[in-house]
Design a protein around this ligand. Structure first.
Ligand code: EPZ
Length: 437
């Protein structure tokens, strides 16, 4: 298993290129199932999760041409040869569940394992299934599998989500593209990844309006065609490096970052005393390491609120801000697993239910720590950049799920960071030990 070793204290200076968004790419890949023509995706992030999704698609009959290291993937579902996504694949990465809707819409039936809970929460899929039922699908849950059928095709429906769900919005939108008539999604999620998926589907011939707002209208079409489409820049990766630059101090240009997708973070960083500017089509972040940070309270919310996927990273930053900052996690019920690990470096964090109080510590000191899920693990990287001495982060396979070339990107800006490999196998224990996508 690989470890990452960081010696803290070096300010960051330079440029960091931002990759395509994992959480968009995974849904765009599922969209390939909707058409018999090729879908070519550019700016594909090379990650354990996107490669894993490609493997699943291949088991369903999708031809995948995605050379190692390439950022362009060509997905061609000329024929769907299987409509079954087995437990062993879905439990390892819950985003694979997103093949259900496209299979149902294109072929009329699908059998997909229920994803189960994961490290950050129970994460049911009831809203996804209710949306498909509203579109006329028969859904049976049997032996841990969702068996869905709409043999005469899906039909448009008005679906009012009781609360905002990114996954359910995307999944319903994917399926509705090929349904008969109009589907209206009310209280839809507004994340940039939703608009990205809609733009790609529209490039394939779908008729979707309103993605990025709370009401999305989809006029079903008979068939979709191929397209070439670039994955949007990863706002969570960009936000993570912005926080890393704030933590370590220095000056970093995040090349390709979309400032307009990071409003809540930019506001929080400025309140903490960090310089953040939209510059040269990217984001410029600077902080004088000699200047103390200011405490900032964080309340995670659906977009455009502060993203839950940046909560752990911002908490790492606040461990050095003199005073108290309060974190409220409103999206997932168990997303403070980084707190005990940050405490190992000397952070002062008290967790009570969905609230954590962070009191800025005068110093952090390096220690061995353990990554528990994707975003928690990168919060340990950020804390390590601020800590005195050496921090070893174990179980970095979590990081590899969502951050492409993390060590070279940080090292190019002057961070003292290296990966150490040994020969024991990398587990992919998914739902058991921290699957979180
Ligand atoms: C997506 O998860 C992301 N994953 C998550 O990123 C992200 O944290 C989350 O959206 C919120 O922004 C991917 O895009 C692959 P939700 P998703 O449906 O779609 C509950 C990362 O680190 N819920 O918006 O699963 C759910 O349990 C990951 O990259 C139901 O109760 O999130 C949660 O409490 C982690 N029933 C809340 O809604 C449902 O049917 C919001 O979840 C669906 C969701």
């Amino acid at each position: 298993m690989d470890r990452i070793v960081i010696v803290g204290g070096a300010p960051l200076k330079g440029e960091i290129p931002i990759s395509g968004a994992k959480n968009s790419a995974l849904k765009l890949m599922a969209a390939a199932l909707l058409t018999s023509e090729p879908l070519t995706l550019d700016s594909m992030p090379n990650l354990a999760d996107t490669r894993f999704m490609a493997q699943l698609l291949m088991t369903l009959g999708v031809g995948v041409a995605w050379p190692d290291g390439s950022h362009t993937a060509r997905l061609h579902a000329a024929d769907v040869t299987s409509t079954i996504a087995p437990y062993d694949l879905v439990r390892k990465m819950r985003a694979t569940f997103n093949v259900l809707g496209p299979l149902l819409a294109r072929v009329g039936h699908a059998t997909v394992s229920l994803p189960g809970g994961c490290a950050i929460g129970a994460r049911p899929v009831d809203l996804h299934l209710k949306a498909f039922e509203a579109m006329g699908a028969d859904i049976v849950i049997e032996g841990g599998y969702v068996k869905a059928a709409a043999l005469r095709g899906l039909k448009g429906a008005t679906i009012v989500f009781p609360f905002v769900s990114v996954g359910a919005t995307e999944h319903a939108m994917l399926a509705a593209t090929l349904a008969r008539g109009e589907t209206v999604l009310e209280n839809a999620a507004r994340e940039p990844e939703i608009a990205d998926l809609a733009n790609c589907l529209n490039a394939m011939g779908a008729r979707i309006d309103g993605a990025g707002t709370s009401t999305i209208r989809i006029q079903g079409v008979e068939t979709l065609g191929g397209a070439r489409y670039p994955v949007v820049a990863d706002r969570i990766e960009a936000g993570t490096y912005a926080i890393a630059a704030a933590a370590a101090g220095g000056e970093v240009q995040l090349v390709g970052a979309r400032a307009e997708h990071l409003g809540a973070l930019v506001q929080a960083l400025r309140a903490a005393g960090v310089t953040v500017e939209s510059r040269d089509g990217g984001l410029f972040v600077a902080r004088d390491p000699g200047q103390p940070l200011k405490p900032v309270d964080i309340d995670t919310q659906p977009y455009p609120g502060f993203p839950t996927d940046l909560q752990a990273q911002f908490m790492a930053l606040m461990t050095r801000a003199p005073g108290a900052s309060i974190f409220r996690e409103n999206i997932f019920e168990n997303r403070f697993m980084h707190a005990p690990e940050l405490r190992r470096l000397g952070a002062d964090i008290t967790v009570r239910g969905s609230e954590a109080v962070v009191r800025g510590a005068p110093r952090l000191v390096g220690a061995p720590v353990m990554a528990t899920d994707l975003r928690a693990s990168v919060s340990l990287v950020i804390a390590a950049l601020m800590a005195e001495g050496e921090t070893t982060i174990n179980r970095v396979y979590h990081l590899d799920r969502g951050f492409e070339r993390l060590e070279p990107k940080l090292a190019a800006c002057g961070a003292d960071v290296k990966r150490v490999s040994d020969r024991s196998p990398e587990p992919r224990e998914g739902s058991v030990e921290g699957e979180a996508a």
